[in-house]
Ligand binder design. Structure first.
Ligand SMILES: Nc1ncnc2c1ncn2[C@@H]1O[C@H](COP(=O)(O)OP(=O)(O)OP(=O)(O)O)[C@@H](O)[C@H]1O
Ligand SMILES: [Mg+2]
Length: 235
């Protein structure tokens, strides 16, 4: 039996906007197991980022429960959330979010620095991670000396460095051309084959087709959750 990693139950995220109630998450129940590769899709404003923020321990729900790796994350304060993020989640963003004045190795080292790992081990792990994305020879380079696809690979290396339980990617190919997107997606697939749990958030159905399972949100609710083949049949 697969072991649940993400367990969302009856999640609501409600904003009050000038007397109006916005239900950004409107009763979401979702379980994702270790080793899965899931795409969360939906139109603009459907509630993808809201879910991503909750899954990524960047925000807490208004109500409902969230367990990540068996830990009750739904009621944590900011300090505890930061710890969970650092320990359990590798983030990949559309705009890479690399620090321009740090070289590639230093960028990849950052999350390890925050988790208090010593200098030697940090450098070793960061270099190993750069090796996995094929950029170890460029470790001294600055981010702006790389192509977009290479920068995204560095951000993947950074996400992997701390061996997180979950890799959470928000529009990871949003800033890339189609060939480079392909490479990045293939790389994520490879990481999944090696046992990593991957959740991608995207508005792009063709990207979602690369996952094994698709979850579609609409008006804050899940209106499709199933195998990618089922999903392609309804498109
Ligand atoms: N801080 C906020 N205050 C009020 N309403 C919000 C807030 N954040 C999000 N919303 C609303 O919640 C709904 C869901 O927003 P969300 O950002 O999750 O959508 P999304 O699916 O990520 O969209 P996009 O594809 O455009 O990024 C939208 O109607 C949005 O306007
Ligand atoms: Mg969004």
């Amino acid at each position: 039996m697969a072991e649940p990693l993400i367990e969302l139950k009856d999640i609501y995220k409600i904003y009050q906007l000038g007397g109006e109630e916005v239900r950004a998450s409107d009763g979401v129940t979702l379980t994702i197991c270790r080793g899965e590769f899931v795409a969360i899709v939906g139109k603009s404003g459907s509630g993808k980022s809201t879910l991503m923020n909750i899954i990524g321990a960047l925000d807490v729900p208004s109500s409902g429960s969230y367990y990540l790796g068996g830990e009750d994350v739904g009621n944590m304060g900011d300090h505890q959330l930061a710890k969970v993020r650092n320990k359990m989640i590798g983030f990949i963003f559309q705009q890479y979010n690399l620090l321009p004045k740090l070289n590639l190795l230093e960028n990849v080292e950052l999350p390890l620095l925050y988790s208090g790992i010593g200098t030697e081990e940090r450098k070793e792990k960061a270099m190993e991670s750069l090796r996995r994305v094929g950029l170890e020879e460029k470790w001294r380079n600055l981010p702006n000396q790389l192509s977009g696809g290479q920068q995204q690979r560095v951000s993947i290396a950074r996400a992997l460095a701390g061996s997180p339980s979950l890799i959470l990617a928000d529009e990871p190919t949003g800033a890339l051309d189609s060939k480079t997107s392909r490479d990045v997606l293939d790389f994520l697939k490879q990481l999944n084959k090696e046992g990593n749990t991957i959740v991608i958030i995207t508005h792009d159905s063709t990207i979602a087709m690369e996952a094994e399972r698709v979850v579609r949100v609409h008006d804050g609710k899940i209106n499709f959750d199933g195998d990618v083949n089922e999903y392609s049949a309804i498109l």
